[in-house]
Ligand binder design. Sequence first.
Ligand SMILES: [Zn+2]
Length: 132
Amino acid sequence: MTTAVIRPMIGQDSQFFWDGTTAGELRVQKCNACGVLRFPPGPACPECHALDRGHVVAAGTGTVFSYVVHRHPPVPGKELPIVIALIDLDEGVRMVGEVVDVADDEIEVGMRLRVDYRRVDDELTLPIWRKA
Ligand SMILES: [Zn+2]
């Protein structure tokens, strides 16, 4: 069976992030003016409003801040339930991600996770999270 996935919006602000996952890197946007890290990426720094942006490569480890177990409605290309977590990266930014190979009654706040990558095709590799 062919499964489709929901493709993220890839724009000028987030291209570097998806180039990173394709290369096996979890990239976090960094303000080149003041050094603040931010996620999600955007054109201007929320701290100093500078437009000069770069990125760092995160270690790919973090902690579950909160999570939801998605049971309904159906999601294209997904077998339910899926576990979606808000993850506090060790670098100090928070991002949302799918947690795999962790049962819906096993996931808990504070669980340590490590990023992995699921290649969809030549243009898209999704970050996924596993128990560290
Ligand atoms: Zn800044």
